[in-house]
Design a binder for this molecule. Structure first.
Ligand SMILES: [Zn+2]
Ligand SMILES: [Zn+2]
Ligand SMILES: [Zn+2]
Length: 210
């Protein structure tokens, strides 16, 4: 068997030097990545803070506009049906028809394009990430019988997209404009929110991108 000649001391020193330089380079890169990560974290925190601020503003505006909003709620608690009839006449007809066909039919009609992700109602979650009501959100009576305001607050509180209702951290988009979920509000004839979130436009100012 042939043996390599032993390496000379200068050559080993050279290799050591090279490896030390690479190590320093790696350490520098690591430092850079850490800085990037910290920056990303700060940005994420800023997004959350901006959301919280938006909720406070929204609350104020909602109070101011409570009267308007009352007329716009899309839900089917009987005492409000008269108020709603001019806005959701067709849906009410659908609901009545469904109730006649099936006496046990749910007390609501989920508008088209209502997301089908699992229920995320706070009271229906056992632990973070655990779903216990076991229904799709559009089939969850407790959610569908909430007012639009309550739904908006829930979506805000959980940092969810207004289009697909997914948490922004998993939706893969931060702006509604980038959300691929189909949405059209039959009440105000726009496509920047779900019908079940409909409210006067000024309520959404600064929250839904123009
Ligand atoms: Zn539920
Ligand atoms: Zn979305
Ligand atoms: Zn609308």
């Amino acid at each position: 068997m042939e043996q390599n000649p032993p390496e000379s001391v200068p050559s080993i020193k050279e290799k050591l030097k090279n490896s030390r330089e690479r190590e320093e380079e790696c350490a520098a890169n690591l430092q850079l990545h850490r800085k990037d990560l910290l920056r990303a974290r700060t940005e994420a925190i800023n997004v959350v803070l901006a959301h919280q601020k938006a909720i406070v503003q929204l609350d104020q505006e909602l109070d101011e506009n409570a009267k308007d909003i009352k007329n716009m709620h899309v839900h089917f608690i009987s005492e409000r049906e008269t108020l709603l009839s001019s806005f959701v006449g067709s849906l009410l007809k659908e609901k009545k028809k469904a109730a006649e066909d099936q006496p046990d039919a749910p007390q609501f009609v989920a508008p088209r394009h209502t997301p089908t992700i699992m229920c995320f109602l706070r009271t229906h979650l056992n632990q973070p990430g655990m779903v216990s009501c076991g229904r799709k959100i559009r089939e969850c009576e407790s959610f569908m019988l909430q007012t639009n305001r309550e739904r908006m607050e829930l979506l805000f509180a959980q940092h969810r997209c207004f289009g697909c209702f997914l948490p922004l951290s998993v939706a893969g988009h931060l702006k509604l404009a980038d959300c691929p979920h189909p949405r059209f509000c039959a009440i105000c004839k726009t496509n920047d929110h779900h019908q079940i979130l409909c409210a006067p436009r000024r309520v959404y100012q600064g929250i839904i991108p123009e």
